[in-house]
Design a protein around this ligand. Structure first.
Ligand code: C2E
Ligand code: MG
Length: 273
């Protein structure tokens, strides 16, 4: 009975936290100032050039403290706030990316994570087009990142949306988060402009672990065979970076190069790069 009571208590605590997050998120979306995006720089493996950044949600709330993007997104998906939250993320990322163009020798793309509910939303396509137009961002400077789970949950409605997005010139990236691996059936096909991302869990154990070495070489062969690029995520050491470059990876992302940072800092990094 003590165990049951403790487990009930924990479940109640978790429920209360989710309710508090929902309330705080609602207030935030109605005009708060605590939601933010940080940008993690992406570097070309070929010549170390800065090629873009991934937008990552950051939220520190006065009472709740730091709420991780995974927790915020999961609550938002459950309570229906994912549509306004996703809109805010996409709009902010496109606005920032539009402003940072022209400061660098070549255009810098912004990658934005999209959740399952967003891709399944019938308004999504139109929202993306409206945002690009309003923020004056060329479509080929936007990359949409989807996890393999998001793809699998949206095979039919999603396929049409993805097709239209790529016709507009928007790039698609599959974030293989390590919870599963994308089946070839849901990989971007022409005219999709695509990329596969190798998850941190594989990169972390490189180059020592044989299984991860095989995952890397198989991913590179599959992606390059299909005309897709490969980004390795979570590159923390020079040794990992060297191995990935040697194997033919296209883009590197990780603490070894740069952590996610506020937009102002990203603009300063561009200037110095
Ligand atoms: P993700 O898309 O796989 O993003 C990469 C995550 O790895 C980020 O965690 C980033 O901070 C972290 N990271 C990058 N380099 C390194 C490294 O070298 N070492 C380590 N240990 N970590 C590294 P973060 O920001 O906590 O985001 C977690 C996940 O939350 C993201 O995974 C993405 O799936 C989701 N997410 C973040 N922002 C958004 C958003 O705006 N919308 C949606 N739908 N999902 C988001
Ligand atoms: Mg991502």
């Amino acid at each position: 009975p003590a165990l049951a009571a403790a487990s009930l208590h924990l479940r109640n605590q978790a429920m209360l936290r989710r309710q508090a997050i929902e309330q705080a998120l609602r207030a935030e979306l109605e005009g708060g100032h605590c939601l933010a995006l940080h940008y993690q720089p992406l570097f070309s493996a070929r010549d170390n050039a800065l090629v873009g950044a991934e937008a990552l949600l950051r939220w520190t709330h006065a009472e709740l403290g730091y709420v991780s993007p995974l927790e915020a997104i999961s609550v938002a998906e459950d309570c229906g706030l994912i549509v306004p939250l996703g809109y805010w993320v996409l709009r902010t990322a496109c606005r920032d990316a539009s402003r940072w163009q022209g400061r660098h020798a070549h255009p810098l793309r912004v990658a934005v994570n999209i959740s399952a509910r967003q891709l399944g939303d019938p308004q999504f396509l139109e929202q993306v087009m409206d945002i690009l137009r309003a923020e004056k961002l060329p479509a080929d400077l936007l990359e949409i990142e989807l996890t393999e789970t998001v793809l699998m949950e949206n095979m039919e409605a999603g396929a049409y949306t993805l097709h239209r997005l790529s016709q507009l010139g928007i790039h698609l990236a599959i974030d293989a988060s390590g919870t599963g691996y994308p089946s070839p059936a849901c990989l971007p096909q022409p005219p999709h402009l695509g990329r596969l991302k190798i998850a941190r869990c594989f990169v972390r154990v490189l180059p020592a672990q044989e299984h991860s070495r095989k995952i890397v070489s198989a991913t590179l062969a599959l992606a390059h065979g299909l005309g897709l690029e490969v980004t390795a995520e979570g590159v923390e050491t020079l040794e990992q970076a060297e191995y990935l470059v040697e194997q033919g990876c296209d883009v590197l992302q990780g603490y070894a190069f740069a952590r996610p940072m506020p937009v102002q800092q990203f603009v300063e990094l561009q200037a110095s790069h």
